[in-house]
Design a protein. Structure first.
Ligand SMILES: [Ca+2]
Length: 500
């Protein structure tokens, strides 16, 4: 134990040195990409895709190499904003009002504002499109976003974007009013974030959340970016890699601008992807099983880079960590005081001790729960209790992919079998029983918090209604049909591909 307490004291000392005085509060820039996989980074071994700026950011960062997120979009975003599992936020899908972050939650930007920060979001929100759920009412001072889960989307009820939008020249909602833009979505979001950073820097510490819509499908790509990979991979992968390359260019511009503004050493830059791989997994999936929308590691293993020059020494940290930890870590770095209610809300733990000392003691018994959700609308979640779910500890991954009301457990020793190829459930019945019992307890405490299961949205997507109010025009009978809020299936004529 003495070793442990000396290490703890050193970490505490280092932590206090990070926050020597109010002026030391760092700016924070958080870049979250949509549907980029862990394997879609060249430093992770991708044989085709080149991401020199992400590679450089990675090299200059503390990297959490066993970092887990949720298997789809809105769930991960709700966890990042609250520090607790998405089901406890009422988020069990990406549409059908089940993407709305419960109004009972306290969000990270709310806590940061109370700690003296100004806050901005640029890109994808996807936690509710009705006014009360919009980021301007949930802690963000500056809001520059598209609607729904992606640019151009239309779903029943509330979830959807402005009418007619594509990834080029989209109408973007800027602090409540639409602006008709000129440019490609990712370029627009980074450019607006930089413009805002320049306007607030030096006056107040800032938190800039840049959440790209790319490289999520549809694969609308700048022709010059697609050309970078044409002929090297199949046509769709070339488009997808082109979208990632464009993100990489923008990350480069961001880092360079922080440097020329003199903000590099006083700014923490965090990078993550939001779920498992999609358009790039045929080329490279970093040896993992599964992808977005699955409970295997290929569905949840994400990049997690934390760069703060002069404060955090670049290193790998292989502790089991998760998106649950983002809120408490950022709150601690920002010097935020958390109320008892917020402390109770947070399930994650601050990663600051690991950021300062990547080899610091970790919990060998840490337990994380994954569930893909997405059971049929208005159905009983208990019937899907064991459908596409998992329990993770540093060594073990208990997975039930094909279960329903009863489990179909598989067990993987991911310490030696990261590709989850050998099911060892029969050899380790004790581990299966132990982790399954933890899952039962978790389900029991989570189940009452699924507050959006019966929710019915408005007759028209709020983004479309607001756009028509601002610019004229209006809904057709077909618009009302497609957005009819009670539907359990997506109507014919609407985009049938489910958004995640
Ligand atoms: Ca996503």
């Amino acid at each position: 134990m003495p070793h442990r307490s000396i290490a703890a004291a050193l970490v505490a000392l280092a932590a206090s040195a990070l926050f020597a005085g109010e002026s030391a509060k760092p700016n924070i820039v958080f870049v979250l990409t949509d549907d980029q996989g862990f394997g879609d980074i060249s430093a992770h071994g991708n044989p085709i895709l080149r991401t020199p700026n992400l590679d450089r950011l990675r090299a200059e960062s503390v990297r959490f190499t066993d970092f887990q997120v949720s298997p789809t979009c809105a769930p991960t975003r709700s966890v990042l904003h609250t520090g607790r599992h998405e089901f406890k936020n009422g988020v069990s899908h990406t549409i059908f009002e089940r993407e709305r972050l419960t109004l009972q939650a306290t969000t990270l930007p709310q806590v940061l504002k109370a700690a003296g920060y100004t806050t901005g979001i640029f890109g994808k929100w996807h936690l509710g499109d009705e006014d009360d759920y919009q980021p301007g009412r949930r802690g963000y001072d500056e809001v520059y976003i598209h609607g729904g889960g992606g640019i151009g989307q239309t779903y029943p009820g509330s979830c959807g974007d402005a009418p007619g939008n594509t990834y080029f020249d989209p109408a973007i909602r800027h602090n409540g009013k639409f602006e008709k833009t000129h440019g490609y979505c990712t370029d627009l979001f980074f450019a607006q974030a930089l413009k805002w950073i320049e306007s607030v820097q030096g006056r107040q510490p800032f938190y800039a959340y840049i959440a790209t819509n790319a490289p999520h499908s549809p694969l609308q790509v700048r022709p010059e970016d697609e050309a970078r990979y044409a002929g090297k991979v199949d046509a769709n992968t070339a488009k997808y890699f082109g979208m990632v390359a464009n993100i990489d260019d923008n990350v480069g511009r961001l880092l360079e601008r922080l440097r020329t503004l003199g903000l590099e050493r006083n700014t923490l830059v965090v990078f993550m992807n939001d779920n498992g791989g999609t358009g790039g997994v045929r080329t490279f999936n970093a040896g993992m099983r599964g992808q977005k929308g699955t409970p295997y590691l290929g569905g949840t293993h994400a990049a997690s880079f934390w760069r703060w020059p002069g404060k955090l020494a670049p290193a790998d940290c292989d502790a089991l960590t998760a998106h649950l930890d983002f809120f408490p870590t950022i709150a601690e770095i920002a010097g935020a005081k958390l109320s008892a209610d917020v402390q109770k809300q947070i399930e994650g733990r601050s990663l600051l001790p690991l950021l300062i000392e990547p080899g610091a003691a970790r919990d060998p018994d840490r337990t994380l729960f994954t569930h893909v959700g997405r059971w049929p609308r208005f159905s009983d979640p208990d019937q899907a209790k064991f459908a596409k779910c998992a329990v993770r500890t540093p060594r073990w991954h208990l997975v039930s992919e094909r279960g329903g009301a009863t489990p179909a457990w598989e067990l993987y020793d991911v310490a030696t079998d990261h590709g989850e190829q050998t099911n060892v459930a029969a050899q380790h019945a004790d581990i299966v029983a132990q982790l399954a019992a933890r899952y039962d307890t978790w389900w029991r405490e989570t189940r009452p918090l699924l507050v959006n299961e019966k929710a019915i949205g408005p007759k028209l997507n709020p983004f479309k209604a607001a756009y028509w109010q601002q610019f004229g025009g209006g809904p057709t009978a077909e618009d009302y049909r497609i957005m009819e809020p009670h539907q359990t299936q997506l109507p014919g004529g609407a985009k049938k591909k489910k958004k995640r």
